[in-house]
Write a protein that binds this ligand. Structure first.
Ligand SMILES: NC(=O)c1ccc[n+]([C@@H]2O[C@H](COP(=O)([O-])OP(=O)(O)OC[C@H]3O[C@@H](n4cnc5c(N)ncnc54)[C@H](OP(=O)(O)O)[C@@H]3O)[C@@H](O)[C@H]2O)c1
Length: 273
């Protein structure tokens, strides 16, 4: 092949690289010191984004920030319990100050679960689950909307769950309700904020190897049941969810909004197969 014929290949490669890359973009990822959040930070920063993170444990946060600095990743952050309104407002203010009043990417990753029969949930547990899983994400979207709009190319990704989808899956009623709420929030904001240049999507993972899921996956018979309903016959790794989040944040997904992408090894389409 002549060198003239090879040149367009290089151009195509660099065009593709920039479509999937995130350099020049700023991001806020909540719940970032472990599990899926940590993998999302590493994926976004690895693709060139300047990332701000938060978690509740100062010790874990300092340890992760030091690791990321050593790895040459542009990550900074502060302690924030996103279930607390005042702390969310402070977080949004810090991000505005760090990134000059603009933010390209908001990943609402924090979520937790209390598993028990529905009749046993207390009023406090209901409130805790809704504050942590729903209100935190909803309010951070509100607080960051002006920053996302100011970037001219804003993007929100929620980390929901297959538990918020069309089938009941024994994950706990409050968890399922909270994730279903995020799914609907995805669609409403996608339409309402499209005019402000903000895309809004969700990833809906199935069982993923993190501390949150390992609590139940340590039960071997439960794990076998999960695998029997998973066409790919394995639990997801956090990086596999993070890759989908990064795609949704990238220029390659510029025409994708209002979508809930199942990252589930085929669970949601298996039926009686
Ligand atoms: N793992 C799965 O199988 C699975 C499946 C479907 C969906 N998901 C969703 O994926 C998301 C991440 O789950 P994960 O499994 O990675 O969880 P994880 O292993 O428990 O990690 C949670 C992360 O969030 C932080 N965090 C928790 N509560 C917080 C709060 N109130 N404010 C700030 N940070 C907080 C934790 O640090 P601190 O404790 O220091 O705050 C930690 O960094 C959740 O929304 C979950 O519902 C997970």
């Amino acid at each position: 092949m002549s060198s003239a014929a090879e040149k367009p290949k290089v151009d195509a490669a660099s065009r593709a690289f920039s479509r999937f890359g995130l350099s020049g973009r700023t991001a806020l990822v909540t719940g970032a010191t472990r599990g899926i959040g940590k993998a999302i930070v590493e994926e976004l920063a690895g693709l060139g984004a300047d990332v701000y993170v938060c978690a509740r444990s100062a010790e874990d946060l300092e340890a992760r920030l030091a690791e990321w600095r050593t790895a040459g990743l542009a990550v900074r952050g502060s302690v924030c319990d996103v279930s607390e309104r005042q702390q969310r407002l402070q977080l949004a203010e810090r991000v505005a100050a760090e990134f000059g009043g603009k933010l390209h990417i908001l990943v609402n990753n924090v979520g937790t679960n209390i598993r028990k029969p529905t009749v046993e949930y207390t009023e406090e547990e209901f409130s805790f689950m809704m504050r942590t899983n729903v209100e935190s994400a909803y309010h951070l979207c509100q607080a960051c909307q002006p920053l996302l709009a100011a970037s001219g190319d804003g993007c929100i990704v929620f980390n929901t769950s297959v538990a918020g989808g069309p089938t009941a899956m024994r994950s706990g009623t409050l968890y399922a309700m909270s994730k279903a709420a995020l799914n609907q929030l995805t669609k409403n904001l996608a339409c309402e904020w499209a005019g402000a240049g903000i895309r809004v999507n969700s990833v809906a993972p199935w069982y993923t190897a993190t501390d949150l899921a390992l609590q139940v996956l340590q039960n071997e018979s439960f794990k076998a049941e999960v695998l029997s309903r998973t066409p790919l016959k394995r639990i997801a790794q956090p990086e596999e969810v993070a890759g989908t989040v990064a795609y949704l944040c990238s220029p390659a997904a510029a025409y994708v909004t209002g979508q809930i992408i199942q990252v589930d090894g085929g669970y949601s389409v298996m039926g009686l197969y």
